[in-house]
Design a protein around this ligand. Structure first.
Ligand SMILES: C[S@@+](CC[C@H](N)C(=O)[O-])C[C@H]1O[C@@H](n2cnc3c(N)ncnc32)[C@H](O)[C@@H]1O
Length: 358
């Protein structure tokens, strides 16, 4: 922990946490509101509104759940379950914020045009088809360049935090107590963690902040996202970078104490989800833990079901609905991974599965 934070009293730390997190919520909610306005209504002009199965949104529960996330996040920090997060400790420079904001706002217009035109396969080119599975070659969220450019990787964290109004960090961090439990009793210098679909490395960076000596591997199919991770994780030792499909990683089996996947599974079609689950079971050591962190599913927060129903209508998310209906316990169970614990954290759910021991 930076000396400035380490030397503060608990009350002062809490004030620093609240101020920093509040600033993030205000900043990203402002961008969210702008993005929503540019995107326009869910339905195309002149079309009938969607017939909604669920509803209405339970706004009181939404506010309470939002507050509960911060309460849990702070409690974990205050009790030493994880460290005061770097993203709250190191405020970004004004020039960084300015560039990030300008880029996001300019790109939002392109995203809105793509949504309007239903243009979600711009990256489905012949050259890309030779290298990547068909399902990967889409403009998820109508994002510019899909997963396949440096600009997309540079913009990703801003887009995710904006989508989640500044709480992607606290939601991802709810995976850390599960990692702590999985690593309990291990010699950290010998333990190995693999993060599938590691994106720009934001989650792995948080993992390394907490366990600097842990051997971690970032795996992603996108060379651009992996390069971004490589750049952002340069300060850490014992980090490997693997560009591969999570369905067939080419990595050694029975080798990892922990495998994580954060917001990957809802981007996969059902067939690929099953293949990745089988691959995770192969990669884990006997007794190892798979920690799945992803969107909540239908029924987890009944008052939010309408959000899950409408999300794939506003953003290009072709596999989201089927993910939200998947019996994950049954899916993982087919490959010998048993659910041992879970936690719903606002719009995210963390589930720990354990591979049978020897
Ligand atoms: C929604 S992002 C999640 C990124 C990161 N885990 C996070 O917490 O933000 C999904 C990531 O999964 C990667 N991805 C999608 N399909 C993949 C596959 N079959 N194998 C490996 N990576 C994949 C994408 O390139 C992207 O970086």
């Amino acid at each position: 922990m930076a000396p400035a934070i380490a030397s503060l009293t608990n009350g002062a730390k809490r004030a620093a946490y609240s101020a920093s997190q509040l600033a993030r919520v205000v900043w990203f909610t402002g961008h969210y509101a702008y993005g929503r306005r540019v995107m326009g209504p869910l339905t195309d002009p002149g079309s009938a509104p969607y017939a909604e199965k669920f509803g209405p949104l339970d706004r009181d529960r939404l506010k309470t759940s939002f507050r509960e996330l911060f309460r849990d996040d702070w409690k974990n920090i205050a009790t030493g379950v994880y460290k005061f997060p770097g993203e709250l400790r190191r405020p970004p420079s004004f020039s960084h914020l300015w560039r990030q904001s300008r880029d996001y706002l300019r790109d939002a217009e392109k995203v809105a045009r793509r949504k309007h035109d239903h243009a979600h396969s711009e990256v489905l080119t012949e050259t890309h088809r030779e290298k990547y599975p068909r399902y990967f070659l889409q403009n998820f969220h109508y994002q510019t360049d899909g997963w396949l450019s440096d600009d997309s990787a540079d913009r990703y964290d801003m887009q995710v935090e904006t989508l989640f109004t500044g709480v992607a960090g606290p939601m991802r961090r709810q995976s850390l107590p599960f990692i702590r439990a999985a690593l309990s009793g291990h010699d950290i210098t010998q333990a190995k963690l693999l993060d599938l679909g590691s994106g720009t490395g934001t989650f792995l960076d948080t993992v390394k902040e907490n366990w600097p000596a842990l051997n971690v591997t970032a795996l992603d199919l996108s060379p651009a996202y992996l390069n971004k991770t490589r750049a952002s994780m340069g300060r850490w030792k014992n980090v490997d970078f693997v560009q591969a499909n999570a369905e067939d990683t080419g990595l050694a089996g029975n080798a990892y104490d922990v495998v994580t996947a954060v917001y990957l599974f809802h981007e996969l079609p059902p067939r690929a989800r099953a293949t990745v689950a089988a691959e995770i079971a192969r990669l884990l050591k006997p007794g190892g833990t798979f920690i799945l962190t992803d969107t909540i599913q239908f029924g987890d927060e009944p008052g939010f079901d309408i959000l899950l129903e409408n999300f794939p209508r506003g953003f290009h998310e072709p596999y989201y609905d089927s993910f939200c209906r998947t019996d994950l316990e049954a899916l993982m169970g087919q490959y010998g991974l048993k659910r041992v614990n879970d936690k719903v954290a606002f719009l995210t759910k963390v589930i720990a599965f354990q591979k049978d021991g020897d």
